[in-house]
Design a protein around this ligand. Structure first.
Ligand SMILES: *Cc1c(COP(=O)(O)O)cnc(C)c1O
Length: 469
């Protein structure tokens, strides 16, 4: 064995202790670590001939790389839709690396880690009050979940016309209807060979809404003259966290032949709260659902899952089976994740979620969701009371979309946001809503408190003063 490796093997305990301490120092200091960073790597490092060993490398990490890290798991990072790792999720994530299982199958790979994944998906179905008629599995993010779900939808569409698109390629125009798709669904259409231009945009509900207009949807369905189609619907649009009406879509389901997909990346977690579960009422009728765990479930990045109705398992296997590996046997008999998702080798991505669900239970996640939504409202109210800002859309859940008051300030929005973010105490993302430049603050982090909202408001006021707006 190479001497650096041998040394590390002999000192594994000390190495992990030091790594643990590094992690503790970061997490305990999150409040003070800036949410943005102007440092960068100015010289790209040369690869050394002799290894530094884990501890020597940790020293270099501390010196060169750790200062680049921002407080994205911290309480005032409101950019994108980003949770922060909870303690139990970190334990699960660390142990997934330690145990280093290849989570593919039951038994035939020598391990049983797919069973842990089944159990975790089952726990998630319980949390979200969804039926066990869904099967599910883990992928890296909602983009890959949308890809998986819409991949099966593509195969379903072909099957309606007696074609096998997975085997023979796409030979027919696939009809896709959607109102406010997330950009990742459009990316998915391009990755699936459907084409990112090839969808029909349905109107949204009149007024300040992003949800689908059911009457316009039905009109467009009738224009298809009985041809099958795929509907991409939203449980939580990113700008305003608006929800399509799933009860109304369920009624259309009885009249028309379509694949119903729901992108519920973060909005799906509305289901854990008595106050908000009405937003997803009827979603159990969908054929497929996308949900992210690295958002409101507050686990580390690269955690999302797909849900597809078990009745479509054959179509899913047709879309993703690794058919060139005969030693794997009949994919329906010997269930193996490599036959139902894009990835072949996969880490035990279920473990951080499993740890989180057991550690905090139904109530833990209900509290996170209700705390986030309450803080979003308080933040929104503070903006309404402040003459410098205006809210761009109603606050349905946890996202607040706002801008500088007055059209004459539109040109100042980018500079305002850059200055605000550069101050390092809060981070938000730019957006465009109904042709106006805006700013989006998304509340999902389990650590965020009332006091953080106060600090954020102060920061907004200071930035106004700075820029003399
Ligand atoms: C975040 C998000 C996605 C993309 O998720 P990734 O995990 O970044 O791939 C897709 N849809 C919606 C609604 C989202 O909020």
């Amino acid at each position: 064995m190479n001497s650096a490796l041998q040394h590390d093997l002999d000192h594994i305990e000390n190495i992990l202790e030091k790594a643990k301490q590094q992690g503790i120092d970061f997490l305990n200091n999150l409040e003070n670590i800036p949410t943005s960073n102007k440092e960068s790597i100015d010289t790209i490092r040369e690869l050394n001939q002799l290894g530094l060993g884990a501890l020597g490398t940790l020293e270099e990490f501390k010196e060169r790389l750790a200062p680049l890290m921002v407080a994205s798991p911290g309480p005032r990072y409101l950019g994108f839709v980003t949770g922060g790792s909870t303690p139990a999720s970190i334990v699960g994530d660390w142990l997934a690396s330690v145990y280093d299982q290849n989570a593919q199958s039951i038994k035939s790979q020598g391990g049983n880690s797919a069973l842990i994944e089944f159990e975790t998906i089952n726990l998630l179905l319980q949390l979200l009050e969804l039926p066990t008629s869904f099967s599910g599995g883990f992928v890296t993010g909602a983009t890959m979940s949308n890809f998986t779900c819409l991949g099966v939808a593509r195969q379903w569409f072909g099957a309606q016309l007696g074609k096998d698109f997975a085997k023979n390629g796409i030979s027919e125009t696939i009809n896709i209807l959607t109102a406010t798709p997330h950009s990742s669904s459009i990316k998915t259409l391009s990755m699936l060979g459907i084409g990112s231009n090839n969808y029909t945009t349905i109107k949204t509900i009149e007024g300040n809404r992003e949800a689908i207009d059911i009457a316009d949807l039905e009109k467009n369905i009738q224009n298809l003259n009985g041809k099958p189609f795929i509907l991409i619907s939203s449980a939580g649009t990113v700008n305003t966290a608006d929800f399509d009406d799933f009860k109304a879509i369920s009624r259309l389901r009885k009249k028309y032949n379509f694949w119903w997909h729901i992108d519920a990346a973060f909005g799906g977690f509305a289901a854990v709260s008595e106050k908000f579960k009405h937003l997803v009422e009827g979603w159990e009728g969908a054929d497929s659902i996308t949900i992210d765990c690295h958002k409101w479930l507050n686990v580390p990045y690269e955690s999302a899952f797909y849900l597809v109705k078990k009745e479509h398992l054959n179509l899913q296997i047709e879309s993703f089976q690794n058919s060139n590996a005969p030693y794997l046997g009949n994919p329906l008999e010997n269930f193996n994740y490599l036959n139902v998702v894009p990835e072949n080798s996969r880490r035990l991505r279920a473990l951080p979620v499993w740890f989180s669900l057991l550690a905090y239970g139904r109530e833990g996640f209900q509290d996170i969701v209700e705390n986030s939504t309450l803080l979003a409202l308080h933040f929104g109210n503070a903006l309404i009371e402040d003459d410098n800002f205006e809210i761009l859309a109603p606050i349905h859940l946890n996202n607040v979309c706002f801008t500088l008051k007055g059209d004459h300030n539109q040109e100042k929005v980018s500079e305002f946001l850059t200055t605000l973010n550069d101050r390092g105490k809060v981070f938000m993302t730019p957006t465009v809503y109904q042709n106006r430049k805006g700013i989006r603050a998304s509340f999902v982090n389990w650590r965020t408190t009332e006091n953080d909202v106060k600090i954020v408001i102060e920061e907004l006021k200071e930035t106004i003063l700075d820029l003399e707006i």
